[in-house]
Design a protein around this ligand. Structure first.
Ligand code: NAD
Ligand code: FE2
Length: 462
């Protein structure tokens, strides 16, 4: 029989010889307070299951069989319904004997009115699952249709982000949704976010809750081969800004207060080491493939990598968040006058990626001082030689790098190129101010005057 003292001696020896790293070296010295800290101390990473592969759409029918789906709501838009991505989905469902109905009236850059039309369609069916085949407009519309289908008595504004709506947490069980992105841009396939233009305020807002996140995303690069040049271009700048904004967002330890309940930790938590990995990887892919993907429609390697980059950046923003470019973009898109972009139909719209990137040079000149090293690193990942650059110039260095990309991609010359003038700036600021969820994620606080100056600096950019 070994003595009690001998056992304790042995345990002490094992303990002192064991790993001292933070992961294994815990000695029971830390005190976790019960009080809610002013600043957050934790972050979490959530993501849809993503499956990537050339032609992987052919598996969707079997995925639905595995889910025991019997009646599926397919959502897409009027253009895509005639193209190969939707055909591939329908073939797979037919082959696997799954019943479905197709809603093909999704509006490009959806509004509350177009959301409500899709919700009505969903409520008229008795669906047990949803499949979105399309870009961000389709995926976001499908998320909203699923939500209000599952909570039929909810008022539309109940779930819309505060202060525009009531920002109610989702406590109903949603039906499984599979997302099949056909643009390389939004990353909506990985996020619990659904964005629409709220016509009453001429600005975008959204619904943001983890319950909206698709259970599965099928990332099939084959779908990118039909992408028109401008869609590839503007959606690519959405990826670009997702990566830059999530990388430069306020660190999660600076965002506060910590939530009193982990279920209340916001989706947009601030930059963190895991989101940074996605952002860095994504910036490298953009440096290598962005221009090739835009200008060479048959460059499968470039387009496949952009498709991957979009999902990667989606994981980054879905957890770290985006800030000023997106906050300012929402009224820029919402107040559109007569700008009709090529490849997006005949209605005046400012495609999301364009509305976002147009202020990017001004935004990053402004945020550069918050973390010069990260701004320089981002410029370097995008291909800029930063060896002789001063930390004081970090914002300008990144802004100049962004401008080079915008020039190569023939982006319009600032807000004036999109139909705006100096007189419009007060309205744009008014539309940006309610975007607290985004503005709070910026690495520097901003006054109304700051927002106004960022927009003025974006009137002409070259
Ligand atoms: N939920 C999120 O996390 C999130 C993030 C960023 C942006 N968004 C939102 O997403 C929307 C923009 O989505 P988007 O940029 O993906 O574009 P989109 O869905 O609006 O589509 C743009 C155009 O491209 C066409 N198209 C799409 N895929 C095609 C293909 N493979 N071949 C040929 N044509 C194709 C569409 O028919 C449409 O005409 C905006 O409303 C934006 O606010 C959402
Ligand atoms: Fe975006």
């Amino acid at each position: 029989m070994v003595s009690r003292k001998r056992v304790f001696d042995l345990l002490r020896t094992i303990n002192s010889a064991s790993c001292q790293c933070p992961a294994h070296g815990y000695r029971g010295n830390f005190q976790v307070s019960n009080a809610t800290p002013d600043k957050d101390y934790a972050f979490e990473i959530k993501c849809s299951t993503v499956r990537y592969g050339l032609g992987v759409t052919r598996e969707v029918g079997l995925d639905l069989v595995n889910l025991q789906a019997k009646n599926v709501c397919i959502m897409t838009d009027a253009n895509l319904v005639n193209l190969s991505p939707v055909k591939a989905v329908l073939d797979s469902l037919t082959k696997n004997g799954i019943n479905y109905k197709v809603y093909d009236k999704v509006r490009v850059e959806p509004t509350d009115t177009s959301f409500k039309d899709a919700i009505k369609f969903a409520k008229e069916g008795s669906f047990d699952s949803f499949v979105a085949v399309g870009g961000g407009s389709v995926m976001d519309t499908c998320k909203a249709a699923n939500l209000y289908y599952c909570d039929p008595d909810a008022d539309f504004l109940d779930y819309v982000n505060a202060p525009v709506g009531k920002g109610k947490a989702v406590d109903v069980q949603l039906k499984p949704m599979i997302a099949i992105p056909t643009t390389s841009g939004t990353g909506s396939e990985t996020t619990g976010v659904s964005i629409f233009d709220y016509e009453e305020i001429h600005a975008k807002t959204g619904i943001s809750h983890g319950a909206l996140r698709p259970i599965l995303a099928l990332i099939d690069p084959l779908h990118t081969l039909t992408l028109p040049e401008k869609v590839s271009n503007y959606a690519g700048f959405d990826i670009f800004c997702h990566a830059l904004e999530s990388f430069t967002a306020i660190p999660y330890t600076e965002r506060g207060p910590a939530p009193p309940n982990p279920a209340l930790r916001p989706a947009y938590q601030g930059s963190n080491p895991i989101s940074d990995v996605w952002a860095r990887f994504c910036l490298q892919l953009l440096e290598k493939y962005f221009a090739r993907a835009v200008y060479r429609a048959d460059d499968l390697e470039a387009r496949s990598n952009m498709h991957l980059a979009a999902t990667m950046a989606g994981v980054g923003i879905g957890n770290a968040g985006v800030h000023l470019c997106h906050g300012l973009a929402y009224p820029i898109a919402g107040n559109v006058k007569s700008f009709v972009p090529q490849d997006y139909g005949s209605s005046p719209i400012i495609p999301h990626g364009l509305s976002v990137v147009v202020t990017a040079p001004a935004v990053f000149r402004f945020t550069g001082a918050s973390d010069p090293d990260k701004h320089l690193e981002a410029a370097s990942l995008l291909g800029k030689d930063i060896s002789n650059k001063r930390r004081d110039d970090a914002g300008k260095v990144l802004a100049d790098t962004i401008l080079l990309y915008m020039d190569v991609m023939k982006i319009e010359n600032g807000l004036s190129g999109l139909g705006y003038a100096r007189d419009d700036i007060p309205d744009l600021v008014k539309g940006a101010l309610p975007q607290k969820r985004l503005l709070n994620i910026a690495p520097l606080p901003q006054s109304e005057e700051d927002l106004s100056r960022l927009l003025e600096d974006s009137l002409t950019i070259y």
